[in-house]
Design a protein around this ligand. Structure first.
Ligand SMILES: [Zn+2]
Length: 295
């Protein structure tokens, strides 16, 4: 099942392909969408923006029409060049939005519905999104307040929650906690103000650097060559993610992994650089803090 951060990336990719384009073709296997298209045709409208909100993907068309698709279970959006062969069969197709340059195809989305701006605002099932870490301006105070409002939750889960802050995926969640020397299973309420500052600062810094690394386009690909260590050679790009059992790049301790959160996402951490509840023999916490360079 795609998680919020994955859907956030889908939205970015779709937005890049579709924003500002005119719809040349609209096709759907869903009766409710077809009837809206009959009455107020999609063809000829311009795609204004694409947005992720939690598990929902929203496509805004000119003339106050918003297509929402819930990405529960196996739902996905693909982007193709016109005429390019689809990777899934027609039977799985639910929606096609064609433009002169790309066509976007939704496969197996179980729930799809049109809204206007007003009806969407009244719908409480579709959550609003937290401050965008990749935005030109980042509402840091709002992000801080949203994190602190979840004091009883584990910090790594909160970092992934797109309603708190939008943009971090599972890899960055792991790397941000490492860089700040924070055990990912700690409760938000245990964070000091400087630790919280560090999480916010590193989240924005890492995403920003990886965006720049991809030629200035505001897309962070899901499978791309993300790096957080400043090194570009394969195998040295990340501090902790995917390195279970391998020596920590800072202290040499074996990196640990445990599934975490409602989506059972893989969380990696160094038991020495990111001290938590479990006792670590022969380790003095203060020096771990000093090493991270984040106060
Ligand atoms: Zn370490």
């Amino acid at each position: 099942m795609p998680e919020g951060d994955t859907i956030f990336r889908s939205a970015r990719a779709l937005g890049k392909a579709l924003t500002g384009r005119v719809v040349t073709r609209f096709e759907t296997a869903l009766a409710q969408l077809a009837s809206v298209d009959d009455n107020a045709p999609l063809t000829g409208r311009t795609i204004e923006k694409v947005e992720a909100r939690g598990k929902w993907l929203l496509i805004y068309f000119s003339g106050d029409l918003i297509l929402t698709t819930h990405m529960l279970m196996s739902g996905s959006w693909h982007i193709y060049r016109p005429g390019e062969r689809w990777r899934l069969g027609r039977r799985s197709m639910r929606v096609v939005i064609g433009t002169a340059h790309f066509e976007a195809v939704a496969f197996n989305v179980p729930v799809a519905r049109f809204f206007t701006g007003r009806t969407l605002a009244r719908n409480s099932a579709i959550p609003s999104l937290g401050p965008d870490l990749l935005g030109d301006t980042f509402a840091e105070d709002q992000a801080r307040a949203r994190i602190l409002a979840r004091g009883d939750q584990e910090i790594a889960n909160v970092l992934l929650n797109q309603r708190v802050m939008a943009g971090l995926g599972n890899v960055y969640k792991v790397e941000v906690c490492f860089l700040c020397g924070i055990h990912p299973f700690r409760k938000v309420s245990s964070l000091s103000p400087s630790e919280l500052d560090c999480l916010l600062h590193q989240s924005r810094r890492l995403l920003g650097e990886n965006v720049r690394a991809e030629s200035g386009e505001k897309i962070v690909t899901y499978t791309g060559a993300r790096r957080t260590t400043g090194r570009s050679d394969t195998g040295a790009r990340l501090w902790a993610y995917g390195r279970q059992g391998q020596p920590c790049r800072r202290c040499g301790a074996a990196i640990l992994m445990r599934k975490q959160g409602p989506g059972a996402r893989s969380t990696y951490w160094c038991p020495q650089c990111q001290p938590g509840d479990e006792p670590v023999a022969g380790w003095a916490t203060p020096s771990a803090r000093r090493r991270t360079g984040c106060g």
